[in-house]
Design a protein around this ligand. Structure first.
Ligand SMILES: *Cc1c(COP(=O)(O)O)cnc(C)c1O
Length: 299
């Protein structure tokens, strides 16, 4: 048996959001609460780690090694999962991030037992190269390697479990499922498991890039207009939206992914993008460790 018991069991609740921001909208909106999957191994990062953790243990690895930046939810989730499962964790980070060792994310990772290994900017850029990986194995011993952001085939197998849960919880296939996109692993899993009548919309959290459209996923599309200046950038409008949404619903969100996606969903709804009475399921992908404390406007 694989030792995944300390980690969360599915499914995460599906919650109707109604009334919304005191404003009737021509859609029925649900939030898939993957933020509630686990307090530390949060949201889509748990989905993406799940089968990787099973395979790592199946293959006898005692160490997880991965990559990230000063605010990486993936690094945070990997450190927490490693601690829960009794696996050593190594976090390879760019050494020239000056604020790095002071970041709450990195401090959490270290407190959870992760060894933080700082490397040069050039080495970090080349982190997938066989030579660099061999060097890391020399230093730290055999390790199960997870890519930066956590997206690989096993991650997509995990995120492909979300859609069937939604369909069971809703009692029918949703018209539209919306999800924030970083590396794209979450939205690809949703699209891979979507029935033909369900559209999947990925909202880019980064500026100026979206994954190429793939004929294998005809119901997957991307919205690129809701990046708010770029990855982890915010605007007063976005932060005010977070304040209003949180006050109205009692559900905390964060500004890097879910707030941008929800802002986009409501903006599109207001502009008539969805047919009347469309059922939209928006993914709460978690990541609340990165939410500004105590309040969005404190950012
Ligand atoms: C990482 C992350 C995403 C992006 O997921 P990808 O699979 O990389 O596209 C979305 N939301 C939150 C909260 C995240 O931490």
């Amino acid at each position: 048996m694989f030792n995944i018991q300390p980690l969360p069991s599915n499914p995460a609740p599906l919650q109707r959001i109604d009334p919304l921001l005191a404003e009737p909208l021509p859609i029925t909106l649900y939030l898939k609460r993957d933020d509630l999957l686990h307090p530390l191994v949060s949201g889509n990062k748990w989905r993406k780690l799940k089968y990787n953790l099973i395979v790592a243990q199946e293959q006898g690895f005692q160490t997880l090694l991965t990559f990230g930046g000063a605010r990486s939810n993936h690094l945070y989730a990997t450190a927490a999962a490693g601690q829960l499962l009794g696996l050593k964790t190594i976090g390879v980070v760019r050494g020239d991030e000056t604020a790095l060792l002071d970041s709450p994310t990195i401090r959490f990772c270290q407190a959870a037992g992760m060894t933080i290994h700082q490397v040069s900017r050039a080495a970090f850029r080349d982190k997938e190269s066989p030579n660099f990986l061999a060097e890391l194995v020399q230093l730290f011993g055999p390790a199960y390697i997870l890519p930066e952001g956590g997206t690989n085939d096993l991650a997509i197998r995990g995120t492909a479990e979300i859609m069937p849960e939604i369909i069971v919880q809703l009692g029918t296939a949703p018209d539209v499922v919306c999800c924030a996109v970083g590396t794209g692993g979450t939205v690809l899993g949703l699209a891979a498991s979507a029935p033909p009548q369900t559209d999947v919309i990925g909202f880019m959290a980064l500026k100026g890039w979206s994954p190429p459209l793939d004929p294998a996923y005809p119901n997957l599309g991307y919205q690129t207009a809701y990046h708010f200046g770029g990855y982890a950038k915010t605007t007063p409008d976005l932060l005010q939206f977070m304040v209003d949404f949180e006050a109205e619903t009692g559900i905390l969100i964060e500004q890097v992914y879910t707030a941008k996606m929800l802002f986009g969903v409501l903006d599109l709804a207001r502009k008539g993008h969805f047919k009347p009475n469309t059922t939209v399921v928006a993914m709460h992908t978690g990541g609340l460790q990165g939410r500004p404390h105590p309040h969005p406007l404190s950012l």
